[in-house]
Ligand binder design. Structure first.
Ligand SMILES: Cc1ncc(COP(=O)(O)OP(=O)(O)O)c(N)n1
Ligand code: 3NM
Length: 204
């Protein structure tokens, strides 16, 4: 499945929630208009059954499911792609295991040179952040809106912004050059369907 060129990229907040609750929340976010879902699981739960159920749910809505950090889990369940951070393995290893059609995204934090390098390595999107203080990841380092503006000039794959993004602060990131807004709390700590709709309005 292709990575969308714009829209809400919703990331599951899996801690302290049952698998059924997570599936229901993801379904609601998709109904509200999320165009990509990421499974980001920092718990010790057996991830495969839940990730497989989320993949089915995403495909019912024609949205890709991206697995955070875990290339092998992505391969095992046939996910649409993987998101790689600093310590999550190389793009080459992910491409080799997942194949040419897999979506590979990378965290570039506030580092435009890294994003340009990653684009050269054939990734499908680059992510910058965090742009606003984040309850989901309080220790994430700040990124600058000027980095997005500069990225717009030199990056021709989708640019994702992340970190503390709410319906009322997201428009400035889109104006600066972001194509997609990646969100945990703003979607999953509220009514996910209504919240997703509020983000989707930013893209009209
Ligand atoms: C879309 C998107 N952007 C950034 C991140 C952060 O990834 P990473 O730096 O690997 O940190 P963790 O998510 O693993 O804490 C992301 N997951 N998704
Ligand atoms: C997972 C993650 N990565 C970040 C980064 O800056 O790389 S910020 C972040 C948390 C995003 O969640 P929320 O929308 O609730 O702030």
């Amino acid at each position: 499945m292709k990575f969308p060129s714009k829209g809400l990229y919703a990331i599951t907040q899996t801690e302290a929630k049952s698998a059924d609750a997570i599936i229901a929340e993801v379904r609601a976010a998709l109904q509200g208009g999320a165009v990509v879902i990421q499974y980001r699981d920092k718990t010790t739960r057996e991830a495969q059954p839940l990730a497989s159920a989320l993949l089915q749910e995403c495909h019912r809505h024609h949205a890709p499911l991206i697995i955070n950090d875990d290339i092998e889990l992505a391969a095992k369940i046939g996910a649409d792609g993987v998101h790689l951070g600093r310590d999550d393995g190389s793009v080459a290893a992910a491409r080799q295991l997942l194949g040419p059609k897999a979506i590979i995204g990378v965290s570039c934090y506030d580092d435009l040179a890294k994003a340009i390098d990653m684009q050269g390595q054939g990734v499908d999107y680059v992510a910058f952040g965090r742009f606003f203080p984040s309850n989901s990841k309080p220790l994430a380092s700040p990124a600058h809106i000027t980095t997005l503006q500069q990225a717009r000039q030199s990056i021709n794959i989708p640019i994702v912004a992340i970190g503390g993004i709410l319906p009322d602060n997201g428009a400035q990131l889109l104006a600066a050059g972001a194509d997609l807004l990646a969100v945990i709390g703003g979607v999953f700590e509220h009514d996910p369907e209504q919240s997703a709709r509020a983000y989707q309005r930013l893209f009209i």
